[in-house]
Design a protein around this ligand. Structure first.
Ligand code: SF4
Length: 286
C-alpha cells in the first residue's frame, strides 16, 4: 500500500537528459501512470517483509559473485547463510561452463560492467552482472535468484533481455549476432540447487526491432512528459487490464473497484500488460 492516498501536485521534471534503466522501461511499457508515480514523483510502495528479504538475499548473492570474480574471499559472506551457500554451490558446479566462450581466444571479463548509450534524447543505462568477451564474441550474463519463469515469452519480451544486448551492440564493435544474453537461475525451488540458463537469441533483425520499439516508446515518453509539464498526467492502462490487480497505486488510481472485480475473474485472458514485472523482483536495481 502506498504511503499517501491523496493526489499531490504534479512534480517538476528532472533536468534532461533523463537516464533510463531496463526496469524503468518495463514500468513505462507496463503502465505509463505507474512510471509517473514511481520514477517522476518518487512515490515508493513499501515491500512486503518476505519480498524485501528475497531482494536482500538477491543483493547479497550479487555481492558474493562480484567478490568471487574479483578473487576476494567469500567465506565471510556464505558462513551461516545456508541459502547463499546453496546458490554459490550451484554456481561453482557449473562455473567452468559459465566462464567460457567456447574457443581458445584470450578471454576478457568484468563484473558489474556499466554502459550508457545516448539514444533519442535519453541516456540508456545498463549494468551487466558479468560481461565476457574475446575478439569474436561477447556474452552478457545475469544472475537470478528466483526460479526460471515457465513461459520463455516473459523473458524474451522483458526490456532487460532486449536493452542489454542492444546497448552493447550500439556501444561496441560487436555485431548483434556476436552477442548473447544469458540468464543463470540459481534457485530451483523444491529441487536440489541447480543452475539453469536461458539464452536469449540475438541477431540483426532483433536488434532493429528493438531499435524500432525503443524509438516508439521513447517518442511516447517525450510526448507524455510534455503533456505532464502542462498538467496532464500520464495515461493509465485500460480498465480491463489485469495490471492494476497487483499494483500498489490502485487506490490512488481509483482502480480498487475494478481490482475487486478482477479478483473474481481470474480466468481473464492475458493481455499486453500482463507480463510479470521482473523489475519488481530484480535483485539489483539500477
Ligand atoms: S493502478 Fe493501474 S493504472 Fe494505476 S498505476 Fe497501477 S497499473 Fe497503472
Amino acid at each position: 500500500m502506498i504511503e499517501t492516498l491523496h493526489p499531490s501536485p504534479l512534480s517538476p521534471l528532472p533536468s534532461p537528459p533523463l537516464r533510463l534503466s531496463q526496469s524503468q522501461l518495463n514500468r513505462l511499457a507496463a503502465c505509463p501512470r505507474r512510471f509517473q508515480h514511481t520514477d517522476l514523483e518518487q512515490l515508493a510502495a513499501p515491500s512486503e517483509p518476505d519480498q524485501q528479504e528475497r531482494q536482500n538475499q538477491g543483493t547479497r548473492f550479487h555481492l558474493l559473485m562480484q567478490q568471487w570474480l574479483l578473487g576476494l574471499p567469500v567465506e565471510p559472506l556464505v558462513q551461516e547463510d545456508a541459502q547463499l551457500q546453496a546458490w554459490f554451490d550451484a554456481f561453482i558446479a557449473v562455473a567452468p561452463k559459465i566462464l567460457t566462450l567456447g574457443d581458445d581466444r584470450p578471454l576478457w571479463g568484468q563484473s558489474e560492467h556499466a554502459r550508457t548509450l545516448a539514444f533519442e534524447g535519453y541516456l540508456l543505462t545498463v549494468v551487466y552482472d558479468l560481461l565476457l568477451a574475446n575478439g569474436q564474441q561477447a556474452q552478457i550474463l545475469d544472475w537470478k535468484t528466483y526460479p526460471r519463469p515457465q513461459n520463455p515469452r516473459y523473458l524474451l519480451q522483458n526490456w532487460q533481455t532486449r536493452l542489454y544486448p542492444f546497448v552493447l551492440a550500439e556501444a561496441s564493435d560487436y555485431d548483434p549476432d556476436r552477442i548473447a544474453m544469458i540468464y543463470w537461475f540459481f534457485e530451483s525451488g523444491e529441487q536440489a540447487p541447480e543452475a539453469r540458463r536461458f539464452n536469449a537469441p540475438y541477431d540483426r533483425s532483433q536488434h532493429e526491432q528493438t531499435r524500432t520499439d525503443l524509438t516508439h516508446l521513447l517518442a511516447q515518453l517525450t510526448d507524455w512528459l510534455e503533456r505532464y509539464q502542462n498538467g496532464e498526467p500520464f495515461p493509465q492502462v485500460p480498465l480491463e487490464s489485469k495490471e492494476c490487480d497487483r499494483c500498489s497505486f490502485a487506490i490512488r488510481c481509483d482502480r480498487v473497484v475494478f481490482q475487486d472485480h478482477a479478483s473474481q475473474t481470474q480466468s481473464a485472458p492475458d493481455n499486453a500488460f500482463s507480463l510479470p514485472n521482473l523489475a519488481d523482483i530484480q535483485e539489483v536495481s539500477l
